[in-house]
Write a protein that binds this ligand. Sequence first.
Ligand code: ADP
Ligand code: MG
Length: 309
Amino acid sequence: MPSHAIEIRGLQKTYPGGRQGPAKAALKGVDLDIPAGSIFGLLGPNGAGKSTLINILAGLVVKSAGSVRIWGFDQDVNPRQSRAAIGVMPQELNLDPFFTPRAALGVQAGLYGVPKARRQSDEILAMVGLSDKAEAYARTLSGGMRRRLLLAKALVHQPHVLVLDEPTAGVDIELRQMLWQNIRKLNEEGMTIILTTHYLEEAEEMCDEIAIIDQGSLVARDSTANLLGQLDARCLVVVPEQTPGLMPNLPGLDVSERDTGELALSYRGSVLTADAVLEAVRAAGIVIRDVRTEQANLEDVFLSLTGSH
Ligand code: ADP
Ligand code: MG
């Protein structure tokens, strides 16, 4: 097993301009090593370049410059081996509506040259909970089932590295938990997992290490614990008993009043405690009817760290 599942050097991608707009530099020289055996999170706001990077790994987008090694195989030198080492569950639900799940897996296995004797369609369908839909047309499957079928397709050639692009965006809690269970199990069996998400909470729970990409450049790369220590945006939402006359005032506390009359209190966990924030609210003469915490997502964190875009 190589020590790095993925080695990326100087990776650039510029999408050519056209009717849709001018040329767009989506990746501006990314260096990134992803340890073998890890669950690795690639995070960043919308438009950061996450899908571009993943689609280059998958061989779906052609890079403009730089090099990519997958499981030790250079994409340009050993395209077949590097492609065989990686399976990708794409962000888009692009399934052929006329294939049943079993047929779709058969086609995929054929594409990757998996010999009939080594195919495990039934096991994979069972794993993602689609056994009883094996013969249903894809167009009759629910959104959640389609997503599970995409995961199944990514697994047919038993890749060393599994890449999931926003696997849980817009899926319900049940499916989300099922996906995470599957992903943990695959990782325990030795598969390296790379996923993108813009839910910080999810990354915190799942990933050993994280890279953050913003506007085509890597802005952070660390263990999850170290990174979350840095990215410590907090938000308390207070429902006041009456319209406040005075706003809470405390260094390091950012207060905004929402249309609903709620007060959103943003601060850094390393600077203030929730107790100090609530004390400042009371000191302003505000009677608290209700209070809740809001999970900061990565875009909030970027806002609090950079104050821009
Ligand atoms: P993310 O997945 O982080 O949201 P993307 O990789 O999808 O980001 O997009 C990065 C940037 O590249 C965005 O500005 C996006 O508009 C642009 N982009 C993505 N795909 C294309 C394409 N096929 N043609 C032109 N521009 C693109
Ligand atoms: Mg994307």
